[in-house]
Design a protein around this ligand. Structure first.
Ligand code: AMP
Ligand code: GLY
Length: 423
């Protein structure tokens, strides 16, 4: 089979490595991929949002199955466009990807179907939003309606900060048109858990749970990033909580999307907060998380391509989805300065014996050399029988990778380790 993976980060590299385990896979093309995955996929210089070009390429190269991984092309209808020319895909159509593409849509869906989430109000008029903030409980959370590269959420500790956030989104449009509508929501507290799931629109099978580390610096200091590391499973996510989430969140969401005529197929990501009043949805993503994928897929024992095709064909209920009873840790190595300004173009050295456990996010080839080309450069994963061993093994590998300006957190997994010992 010839496969096409749309996207170019560490998540896509992880998916590609896993897909390659299936003996029927002859070739994998990546649009656009990155230089760090050139040994695993054929790189195609077409951007993930260039839908027409992707479709033309897929047709010319007789692609058998496509995996659309990032949010933008999903929301823009990449799956719909490929389906139109008869190419089956992993991922939701645009009318279902809206569950991530519009925060207003997802909040209204949860309200209508009584899925637990933070209380909220929606505003299209800046003056009305500012008036509401005069009496709203503080801290409060301000979210731009549309996609904003994961930056569209501001947690305001004071009334003045909240108003400034609303003005920056609605008047100054710092997130562009994404901020023309805002959601103002209740500030929730509790441990956060990421649960990715496979679904064919009827059956939903949660993957092993995970914990992201979003802040740039140790001890959750510094700016929010795309994610500096992950561990799986998440020790806060007990079997009892998992059962509650299935009954009150996962199944109701899948049924709600179907009832709305927006059947969701692919990976639905539940960003949960375990509040004192039970688990609540913080956000939905219409795709695999990054860098959650880098710990979840290495623990998957079943064949990824078979599962993906079952979500497309509606046969997930009969398909085996098995995870190892082990632990994984992924440490992200970034360019010093990320998520602010940083320099790139530095030569990287990755020892051959750990290449299988390195998922490259931002790199380009320069002849034989691999050069850094992004803020998040790569993720290094280790799996082990205990979390402690997985953490130690991933940091040991990190120490063998070199590039100028390399920077990473030293405490990935420590919070989970502590929580695991308390539970
Ligand atoms: P997002 O970009 O939607 O992933 O949100 C970024 C982060 O903001 C989340 O991971 C949470 O830590 C935090 N957050 C979002 N919504 C809330 C909320 N209602 N209460 C508390 N924290 C929140
Ligand atoms: N790691 C969070 C996300 O993929 O949105």
């Amino acid at each position: 089979m010839k496969l096409l993976v749309v996207g170019g980060g560490g998540r896509e590299h992880t998916i590609i490595k896993k897909l390659k385990e299936n003996p029927n896979v002859e070739e994998i093309f990546a649009c656009p991929g990155n230089g760090g995955m050139a040994e695993d996929a054929t790189l195609v210089p077409i951007g993930a949002k260039e839908i027409e070009k992707i479709v033309a390429f897929a047709k010319e190269n007789a692609i058998d199955y496509a995996v659309v991984a990032p949010d933008d092309p999903l929301v823009l209808g990449c799956v719909d466009a490929l389906n139109e020319i008869g190419i089956p895909c992993f991922g939701p159509k645009a009318n279902a990807a809206i569950i991530e593409g519009s925060k207003v849509f997802s909040k209204d869906l949860m309200k209508k179907y009584q899925i637990p989430t933070a209380e909220y109000a929606v505003f299209e008029d800046c003056a009305k939003a500012l008036e509401y903030l005069e009496t709203a409980p503080i801290p409060t959370v301000i979210k731009a309606d549309g996609l904003a590269l994961g930056k569209g959420v501001i947690i305001a500790e004071t009334r003045e900060d909240a108003k400034a956030a609303v003005r920056s989104m609605m008047e100054d449009q710092i997130f562009g048109a994404s901020g023309s509508r805002v959601v103002i929501e209740e500030f929730l507290t509790g441990p956060e858990v990421s649960v990715l799931s496979f679904t064919d629109g009827e059956t939903v099978i949660p993957m092993i749970s995970s914990m992201d580390h979003k802040r740039a610096l140790d001890n959750d200091q510094g700016l929010n990033t795309g994610g500096m590391g992950t561990v799986a499973p998440n020790p806060y996510y007990t079997e009892a909580i998992a059962a509650e989430c299935m009954e009150r969140i996962f199944l109701p969401t899948i049924r709600a999307m179907k009832a709305e005529g927006r059947t969701f197929k692919g990976c639905l990501y539940f960003g949960l907060m375990l509040t004192p009043n039970g688990p609540k949805v913080i956000e939905y993503n219409c795709r695999f998380g990054d860098p959650e994928t880098q710990v979840v897929l290495p623990l998957l024992e079943s064949d990824l391509l078979t599962i993906m095709m079952a979500t497309t064909n509606g046969t997930l209920a009969e398909t085996e989805v098995k995870f190892a009873d082990r632990h994984a840790c992924c440490v992200v190595m970034a360019s010093e300065g990320y998520p602010g300004k940083y320099t790139t173009g530095h030569k990287m050295t990755i020892p051959a014996e750990i290449k299988n456990d390195v998922f490259v996010a931002g790199a380009k080839l320069d002849g034989e050399d691999l050069l850094t080309a992004g803020g998040r450069v790569l993720g290094v994963t280790a799996t082990a029988d205990s979390l402690e061993e997985a953490i130690a093994a991933s940091y040991k590998k990190v120490e063998t990778i070199h590039f100028e300006n390399a920077f990473y957190r030293h405490d990935i997994g420590q919070k989970a380790l502590k929580a695991g010992k308390e539970n």
